[in-house]
Design a protein around this ligand. Structure first.
Ligand code: T46
Length: 132
């Protein structure tokens, strides 16, 4: 459920030269199999609009900001990501929509599985049935 979605603090090493954030196994509860990122996203664009059956993900706003709207079939939550040292951990079975991308924003996604279209639920009614 949505209660299992959490914000993860990414350990950061900071000195006069700037900041270095490290995501390794202590801060993420799955093995990373795939990394992708969204960039050059128009501000009026909307992404997501699906759920995953098995995939765990961590989303990080490497630059700029965007909003993540989450639904588990019962409850909803809106989370603004705008810090490179905060990750949003999304467990399987959560509907997500992402919008309000600021200009130049980059959404990094760390994922627990290879890309598999059969893991997607892209129809909201099918998602509601899946959740029952
Ligand atoms: C998610 C959000 C945050 C691939 O070929 N390989 C990949 O690894 C991915 C992620 C996508 N694709 C193809 C599938 C589609 O033809 O790229 C196209 C766009 O994918 P999609 O419409 O799923 O993009 P988003 O931004 O709506 O969703 C993506 C991820 O698919 C999804 O897991 O949670 O980013």
């Amino acid at each position: 459920t949505i209660n299992n979605v959490s914000i993860v603090e990414v350990p950061t090493v900071s000195d006069t030269r700037g900041k270095l954030a490290v995501i390794e196994k202590d801060c993420i509860p799955f093995n990373i199999k795939r990394v992708y990122y969204l960039y050059d996203v128009p501000s009026d664009s909307y992404r997501g609009g699906h759920a995953h059956k098995k995939l765990y993900q961590m989303l990080v706003a490497l630059s700029g900001s965007f909003e993540v709207h989450l639904k588990d079939g019962e409850n909803e939550r809106k989370i603004t990501l705008n810090k490179p040292d905060k990750g949003l951990l999304i467990v399987p079975g959560i509907w997500r929509e992402i919008d309000n991308f600021s200009s130049g924003s980059v959404c990094l996604v760390l994922a627990s599985e290879d890309y598999d279209e059969s893991d997607y639920i892209r129809d909201y009614e099918a998602f509601e049935l899946f959740k029952r």
